[in-house]
Design a protein. Structure first.
Length: 448
């Protein structure tokens, strides 16, 4: 998941509605109890393997675009299941195709494979000790966002569905995606980054003939086994903000002989908060602007020539996004000019679209989701984190949801969140994820 998972809104929604306020739907499910029982038996049989896979991947994490070992593990598994397997799709991506014994539609299931440049402090016996190169520096690497669990769950779902191949009315594609956490390379001289992650896989045909795609994200900030979803915007779109404030350097003892870009940049940071609080209609949709990095200056008594800031914009509506981009530019340029400085505002080079669950696919999928989760499916608030599953949703209708898995003995309200060095999960929830993914695929294929 791009940027840390925010639990605050989820906790507020859970407290307000209660975890027993499970979803209801009027759509008839194609998957029945007997079909779920078959899936459940197959998933239960593979559950120990999922734990083993998860721990192996967790102990050997790989950064975005570097998922060579993980991709080989996945590809070897899918080949053993008798699938057609494509490798190096969109980089290190893997696509396995399971053709059922009966003709029908094509559905896809997706898991992301990459880890983060985060030092692991969990103390787990299989904790990561890996290091890798990130932006030219050696960094510790950790599966701090649960992608190790995603891969294990989808490998489990693949084995379960492969055992049902003869009865499947259609085709299931298993998409193991690299580089969800961000671009594996820096922008080129023109500020452009080659396609990566879901977008790169789409461009190389991963969703060819696919009529729907499903994916999930594990979190420690929902109760164990609870599936969280919502129709419409679920996760925010994300834009990188880069602002260079240019002043005129000088001696710190004589600021009147200079144009101080640090003071101007400070005023810009404060002014940008009014874009959300005073310039956007946040009664329609929420928005977030955060400046997370400021670089400038070399010595305590020297006023530098310039300061560079970087931040993020999160929105849930394209119209509001475009309005925010315009107002960020105007606000920064105007405030800098009032100090005699200049501000140059750029966005990108990477932008994540809003992850939006289509209303019709959501409603049609809920009965099977509720059945496979034992009734523990509930609406959650919008999540300000971002996901490039949204790139798949631009090509085919896609449904994305969350699975609660706080570590045993931890309260979901206070458990370390995604991207934390302390992030961990309850491995007993891996079968829930595999079962819901498999159930959604079978339900879609059986649905008329």
């Amino acid at each position: 998941m791009h940027k840390p998972f925010s639990a605050t809104a989820l906790v507020a929604g859970l407290v307000a509605s209660g975890v027993t306020a499970f979803a209801t739907a009027t759509h008839a499910q194609a998957l029945d109890a007997a079909g779920l029982q078959t899936i459940d038996a197959a998933v239960t049989a593979v559950a120990p393997k999922m734990v083993s896979w998860r721990r192996d991947i967790h102990a050997h994490p790989e950064l975005s675009g570097q998922e060579v070992r993980t991709a080989k593990l996945v590809a070897d598994h899918l080949k053993k299941l008798g699938m057609e397997v494509q490798t190096h799709v969109g980089g290190t991506g893997v696509v396995g195709t399971l053709k059922g014994g009966l003709p029908g539609k094509v559905v896809a299931l997706r898991a992301d494979m990459d880890a983060l440049p985060v030092p692991e402090n969990t103390g787990l016996p299989f904790a990561s000790k890996a290091k890798a190169t990130y932006l030219g520096k050696e960094v510790p690497v950790m599966h701090a966002c649960g992608h190790d669990a995603h891969v294990a769950m989808l490998m489990g779902a693949a084995e379960a569905l492969a055992g049902m191949k003869a009865q499947l009315p259609g085709t299931v594609k298993f998409i193991f995606q690299p580089a969800e956490e961000g671009a594996p390379v820096e922008p080129d001289a023109n500020g452009k980054v080659p396609s990566f992650g879901a977008k790169a896989m789409v461009e190389e045909g991963a969703l060819k003939d696919v009529q729907a795609i499903y994916g999930l994200h594990i979190t420690a900030n929902l109760p164990a086994g609870v599936v969280g979803y919502r129709s419409g915007p679920l996760m925010a779109g994300s834009d990188n903000i880069r602002i260079e404030v240019e002043g005129r350097g000088g001696h710190g003892s004589s600021p009147w002989n200079a144009v101080d870009p640090i003071v101007a940049a400070s005023q810009v940071v404060l002014g940008l908060q009014t874009v959300v609080s005073r310039q956007l209609n946040i009664s329609n949709e929420p928005a977030v602007i955060t400046i997370g990095q400021i670089q400038g200056g070399t010595r305590y008594n020297v006023i530098p020539d310039s300061v560079e800031m970087m931040g993020t914009l999160r929105t849930f509506d394209e119209g509001m996004r475009q309005e925010a981009l315009k107002r960020i530019t105007t606000t920064a340029e105007s405030i800098a000019a009032s100090s005699g400085a200049k501000a140059r505002v750029r966005f990108g080079p990477v932008a994540y679209p809003v992850t939006t669950n289509p209303a019709e696919l959501t409603a049609a999928s809920l009965p099977a989701l509720k059945l496979a989760s034992g009734g523990k499916a509930m609406i959650i608030p919008k999540v300000s984190g971002s996901e490039d599953f949204s790139e798949f949703q631009k090509v085919a209708p896609g449904f994305f949801y969350f699975l609660g898995a706080p570590p045993k003995g931890k309260d979901f309200k206070t458990a370390p969140s995604n991207h934390s060095p302390l992030f961990d999960i309850d491995e007993d929830q891996l079968p829930v994820g595999a079962r819901t993914l498999a159930a959604l695929a079978v339900d879609f294929l059986q649905r008329k």
